[in-house]
Design a protein around this ligand. Structure first.
Ligand code: BYC
Length: 472
């Protein structure tokens, strides 16, 4: 029997009115579901999860809460409302009407950006596949699943664009999005951070804090795209992204809080003896996830980024609020880069520095959460401060990848760096300790694993002891 996609896939793109597109998505949807069942959250097909589902792009439609079995989640296609007068805000095409179709000469560039964005979404679901087994509470389990289904929806958002605007090439790319897998030696995901593991909940919270925040900044830049359907897709995705970063920030906050509470109560610095995650280990995880996420912004000086901007396909963060000419051909920008094995500040053409500028915006945003985490430490009277690592620390992409730099920005020899690595990045032993705390999932409503504090409040006005997941 034919599936009524306008019912099954809530959408505001008139799916029912486009037979060709509907057929293309009908072919892709079962493959997506197979992927979800094989690579999505393990062993969860029958769980009823208290999830938020978007059923329209309106203020009252994007957050509908109720119990859903995840394979039945209604992965909808939503674009933020169209402004018929929207013009391209920057680059050579500045002032021209935003494109409703893909300009021929930009086809491969746009496809590549959409594929790169789309590739990260299922990758993160794959990375988080096993975390449900060790969830510290039903509240956290539900948040994990919420993040997972929304990453699935973000994949749908990019697949819709590929199917609707890129013909056969787009359909092939949509298939390939389900064929590459995180960490697969033969067919890995495109960007480095999405091939790392997320084996424990400290990693998960750091990932949603740092890596999902890269998502925010990349999506915000693509939301400035002259290709209007991409811009509108990303605008809507950004609404959901906020919750993912909240999960990360509040998750780390609750771990820090619990560690400090226990240290204070027992008047000791030995948090591990109390079954908590010690602050130096939290710092090491932070160093790892921050540095890996910094790589996601690409090279400091990038002609790709300059071309994207000049062509009008990818703008700056909050482009229209910046006060300059939005063409940047005569502008300069200061970046940190390398020269002869040293870190130096250089003035370069602003167009080439766009990745670095975005990384700068991102780092300023990252610093805000640390202020809150450090406040909890300070209030407990503990002499410790969590810090962001220097942007040159532990980099694999860009100019700094050739240097060995400490978290506080000192350039050193490889031998010195290696001798100190265990102080800066999680060791096997640290990871084994954190893993040892990840017991079987805590499934009693209102109960929390020993190493994490309860949340300040529940989801959607529900109490913290609400039955967020029913296992059946
Ligand atoms: N790994 O000129 P450059 C999210 C390649 S996260 C591997 O600097 P460009 C999410 C690069 O492709 C957001 N390769 O490149 C978060 C290029 O290759 P070619 C995802 C890398 O293009 C959590 C070469 O190096 N969205 O949504 O300016 C959960 C030269 O580099 C990497 C996007 O990324 C890397 N890290 O910058 C779920 C937005 N970095 O041309 C979801 C779309 C660079 O020499 N992507 N390379 O073959 C982009 O805008 C750009 O592709 C990048 C790279 C910013 C990633």
């Amino acid at each position: 029997m034919a599936i009524d996609y306008s019912q099954l896939i809530p959408n505001n793109v008139d799916l029912a009115g486009d037979r060709r597109l509907q057929r293309a998505l009908e072919n892709w949807q079962p493959r997506f579901l197979d992927w979800w069942k094989g690579m999505g959250p393990d062993g969860t097909l029958n769980f009823d999860v208290y999830l938020r589902t978007a059923i329209s792009a309106e203020a009252n439609g994007w957050a509908n809460f109720g119990y859903v079995k995840m394979p039945d989640y209604r992965w909808g296609i939503f674009l933020a409302g169209r402004n018929p007068n929207r013009v391209i805000a920057y680059g050579d095409n500045k002032g021209k009407p935003a494109w409703q179709e893909v300009p021929g000469e930009l086809r491969s560039t746009l496809r590549r950006l959409i594929v790169t964005q789309g590739d990260t979404e299922p990758a993160s679901v794959e990375q988080q596949r096993l975390l449900g087994k060790t969830a510290p509470s039903l509240y956290d389990l539900r948040n994990l699943f919420q993040v997972n289904v929304e990453e699935g929806r973000h994949l749908w958002a990019m697949v819709y664009l590929l199917h609707a605007y890129f013909g056969r090439d787009g359909r092939e790319e949509a298939e390939a999005l389900l064929e590459r897998h995180s960490g697969d030696p033969d067919k890995p995901r495109i960007l480095g951070a999405f091939n790392e593991q997320t084996p424990d909940w400290l990693s998960f919270f750091m990932f949603t804090y740092f890596t999902d925040r890269d998502g925010k900044y990349q999506l915000a830049s693509l939301a400035e795209s002259g290709f209007d359907p991409l811009a509108r897709s990303c605008r809507f995705m950004l609404i959901e992204e906020a919750h993912h970063m909240f999960v990360g920030e509040s998750g780390v906050q609750r771990i820090v809080q619990r560690t400090c509470d226990l240290m204070k109560e027992h008047k000791t610095d030995d948090a591990r003896a109390l079954g908590a995650i010690d602050l130096p280990t939290i710092q090491k995880y932070l160093n790892f996830h921050c540095s890996v996420s910094l790589d996601l912004f690409g090279q400091e000086a990038s002609t790709n980024a300059a071309n994207y901007y000049t062509m009008g396909v990818k703008g700056r963060y909050l482009e229209t609020r910046i006060e300059d000419d939005h063409v940047l051909t005569d502008a300069a920008f200061d970046i940190d880069t390398t020269d002869n094995g040293r870190i130096v500040r250089k003035t370069v053409p602003a167009l080439q520095a766009l990745n670095e500028r975005l990384r700068q915006d991102y780092l300023e945003d990252c610093a805000r959460g640390l202020l809150r985490w450090n406040k909890a430490i300070e209030q407990a009277g503990i002499d410790f401060e969590l810090k962001l690592p220097h942007r040159a620390f532990h980099r694999r992409i860009g100019a700094f990848s050739e240097l060995h730099v400490s978290p506080d920005g000192k350039v050193m020899s490889e031998a010195d760096w290696k001798a100190n690595e265990s102080k800066w990045l999680p060791t096997d032993e640290d990871r084994a300790y954190v893993t040892s705390l990840m017991g079987p999932a805590v499934v009693e409503p209102g109960k929390f694993a020993h190493w994490i504090a309860p949340p300040a409040r529940g989801i959607n006005g529900q109490p913290a002891d609400f039955e967020y997941v029913r296992f059946n």
